[in-house]
Design a protein around this ligand. Structure first.
Ligand code: UTP
Length: 507
């Protein structure tokens, strides 16, 4: 192991010697832990990282000058729509998606390295329960959707197939996620098909470019953003693992979208039939100021432009049909070919931009006291997964309905959007609709039959509670056999075991 002298000399070269200022007070175990953390940091890279962080943070924020003139919406022929296409086209896409899944060519890749600071829990977000009647966690819902989509593809093609699940974690999330999966028997997936790997970490930096000590013996490190994916794929030979399994198409998604359709056959089929190497699922932007990135073109190149980079005037521009001109909101839900991921990891990764996130970073002050700052005091530098879109040779976007496919869990319930309640309601509203479409009716609190509602109030609770296990239905299919013509008291939980035994009251 590197000696204190070596490490001190390297830190001096990086201008970061303050990281050893409590050395004299540390016990031997703490000293070795700190040296082990500092030794891999290359002095030049550390100096440059700290310099870039402070410089990027000092730059004025807001729309970059001249960007508006370079922006264009995506050309129509690059955008498919899952909701506006005719049923036959949709069926063709879905069929192609299932065919690729049945051929074992499709994998899903979960981005689960984030710290979930806004939600404010101390464990990985995937382990969160939003309060569903079944008490399922986000991880469990996702695992069950994988099992169901495998089953559907297998049934259609008379084969047995696998959708491997790659999970990118970080120093914060790997241990607890691995333990959670073990404890839950991998939700009945074969552990050999669940591959967890870890992204890199970068030091958090003060506004004047000094790496932060979070304890006397520990540097404050943060995961390098979900765009750390590309380095992590290379670090852990994940693309080789995919090649070995015959995977050609990868569906990448975020942990926090409770409605996410893993390995969505419609999306996969659309992208494959378009010959795309890279795709983004999008939803319609709800209103001009909505804080979401927009998938569009800059100088003719597909990109996600963040909301902070678009002026209110540009965001409010209207298309001839009266809708927003820049209406395609990015939901961090991507299709990549393995070949594309290979090109990005080998050639383009160093060109990805580093974005500044200003956060509250706990630290030790000069006297050695632990401080939990009340306002942001530190800079975390992050890469974004979508920054690789610009390297696509054949990029496509695919529009889906928000109420069907997107409800992210970002905040605690104290916030008014994207919180546990909105996520829970989005899922239950969807399941209630599915049940109605399958011919079920529900009883209200006083035992009277509830009217069928063609449209649910936005963000409101559905009139009856109905939760359908992903093992029973992936996207609303196959429910008639359990529900048609029957009347159920609320709550109804339709899960794999109960689907057969559940005997509802007749009206
Ligand atoms: P967010 O940008 O919402 O960040 O991540 P977060 O860390 O989950 O939450 P906050 O900002 O601290 O409140 C979007 C997706 O990217 C993943 C997250 O796990 C989530 O699925 N992510 C984020 C990573 O995999 N690695 C990172 O370094 C950051």
């Amino acid at each position: 192991m590197a000696s204190e002298r070596d490490v001190r000399a390297r830190l001096q070269r990086a201008g970061q010697e303050h990281l050893l200022r409590f050395w004299a007070e540390l016990a031997p175990g703490q000293r070795s832990a700190l040296l082990a953390e500092l030794a891999p940091l290359e002095p030049e890279a550390l100096r440059e990282h700290c310099r870039r962080a402070a410089a990027a943070c000092a730059r004025p924020h807001g729309p970059p000058p001249g960007l508006a003139a370079r922006l264009r919406p995506l050309p129509r022929e690059r955008v498919g729509s899952g909701s506006r296409c005719d049923p036959e086209t949709r069926r063709r896409w879905e069929e192609e998606g299932f065919r690729q899944i049945a051929l074992n060519k499709v994998a899903v890749l979960l981005l689960a390295g984030g710290q979930g600071t806004r939600l404010g829990v101390t464990y990985p977000k995937g382990m969160y329960r939003v309060g569903l009647p079944s008490q399922k966690t986000l991880y469990q819902l996702q695992a069950e959707r994988i099992r169901r989509v495998e089953q559907l593809a297998s049934e259609r093609h008379g084969t047995s197939c696998t959708v491997p699940w790659y999970i990118m974690t970080s120093e914060f999330t790997l241990g607890p996620t691995a333990a959670f999966f073990k404890e839950h028997n991998f939700f009945h997936l074969d552990p050999a098909n669940v591959v967890m790997f870890e992204q890199r970490m970068l030091p958090a930096v003060t506004f004047d470019g000094r790496a932060i000590l979070e304890r006397k013996d520990k540097v404050a490190m943060a995961p390098d953003g979900n765009g750390g994916l590309y380095c992590a794929l290379a670090d852990h030979q994940i693309l080789e693992d995919m090649e070995h399994r015959g995977v050609e198409f990868v569906h990448v998604y975020c942990v926090d979208n409770i409605l996410v359709r893993l390995a969505d056959p419609v999306f996969i089929g659309f992208c494959v039939l378009q010959g795309a190497d890279c795709g983004a699922k999008v939803v319609e932007k709800a209103y001009p100021e909505e804080p979401v990135g927009v998938v569009c073109q800059v100088d003719g190149v597909p990109q996600v432009v963040e909301y902070s980079e678009i002026s209110p005037e540009t965001a409010g521009l209207r298309a001839p049909d009266g809708g927003l001109l820049y209406c395609t909101a990015n939901i961090c839900n991507h299709f990549f070919t393995r070949g594309f991921l290979q090109r990005v990891t080998r050639e383009f990764e160093p060109l990805l931009e580093l974005h500044v996130a200003v956060k509250k970073v706990p630290y030790v002050d000069e006297e050695g006291n632990l401080v939990k700052p009340l306002k942001p005091n530190g800079i975390k530098m992050e890469k974004f997964v979508f920054d690789a879109l610009r390297f696509a040779e054949n990029f496509v976007a695919f529009e889906v309905l928000r109420e069907e496919e997107f409800s992210p869990l970002k905040n605690a319930d104290s916030a008014d959007r994207d919180n546990p309640s909105t996520a829970r309601r989005a899922l239950l509203a969807q399941h209630y609709q599915w049940a109605l479409q399958a011919g079920a009716r529900f009883l209200g609190a006083r035992g009277t039959q509830l009217p069928e509602l063609p449209c649910l109030p936005q963000n409101g609770d559905p009139p009856a509670i109905c939760e359908i296990s992903p093992l029973v239905s992936y996207s609303g299919e196959g429910l008639e056999v359990h529900l048609q013509g029957q009347v159920f008291p609320s709550p109804l939980i339709l899960d794999e075991d109960q689907a057969r035994v559940l005997r509802p009251q007749e009206s």
